[in-house]
Ligand binder design. Sequence first.
Ligand SMILES: Nc1ncnc2c1ncn2[C@@H]1O[C@H](COP(=O)(O)OP(=O)(O)OP(=O)(O)O)[C@@H](O)[C@H]1O
Length: 230
Amino acid sequence: MSEPLVVVDGVSRDYPGAGQVVHALRDVSFTAGHGELVAVRGRSGAGKTTLLNLVGGLDRPTAGRIRVAGRDVTAGAERDLLALRRDTVGFVFQSFGLIPILSAAENVGLPLRLTKVPAAERDQRVAVLLELVGLGGHARQRPYEMSGGQQQRVAVARALAHDPALLIADEPTGQLDSETGQAVMDLLRALVRARGMTALVATHDPTMMRVADRVLTLRDGHLVDEPVPV
Ligand SMILES: Nc1ncnc2c1ncn2[C@@H]1O[C@H](COP(=O)(O)OP(=O)(O)OP(=O)(O)O)[C@@H](O)[C@H]1O
């Protein structure tokens, strides 16, 4: 069997602070297999965002190695990281990150525009993706005409547009009420199952921890063994 989709090996990330260095991650190691949904929990400041950014190639560690889909995310040139993000990783953020002047369909189609997928194919894929997240009838609406849950669904559809092997979601339900958050979680769970994607989801939300295959706990930059509350 080939190596797991995500391999994090002895990763540390220091930030130079005013006067003293912040050790945001300290010697973190884990793997995430193909098709696995891994939740990352921890208090504010524990290092969740730092870890997700490193795995997604948005940042580089101070020490250690990360491989995603067989590619070294830590040693490559900037253009290799760009290629990784374009081909392999989809991102979902707490704040949705949609472009306000674009419709739902245009937001979802944006990554395909950047990779120069022909217009007809793009439109078809966008329609399928919006159906997939339950927004088939909302293609022309702009983000401000949609609820928070609907906006996050658009963001999920956009993250899936280029069919990434890895979905990285940083507090995807952080701005949603619990019922809407649950719906977005269920959607992520179903998508990971149906598409065989791997997902790494930072969350404070106990619901997400219940639907995850595995929960990693960060404390002060360390991975710790801690039972998950049920
Ligand atoms: N760019 C930066 N420069 C300096 N310190 C940083 C930077 N980014 C994060 N940190 C520090 O690194 C530590 C980990 O931050 P991180 O954002 O990864 O935590 P988190 O677990 O995602 O928190 P939250 O749940 O509040 O989003 C914190 O002490 C934070 O202040």
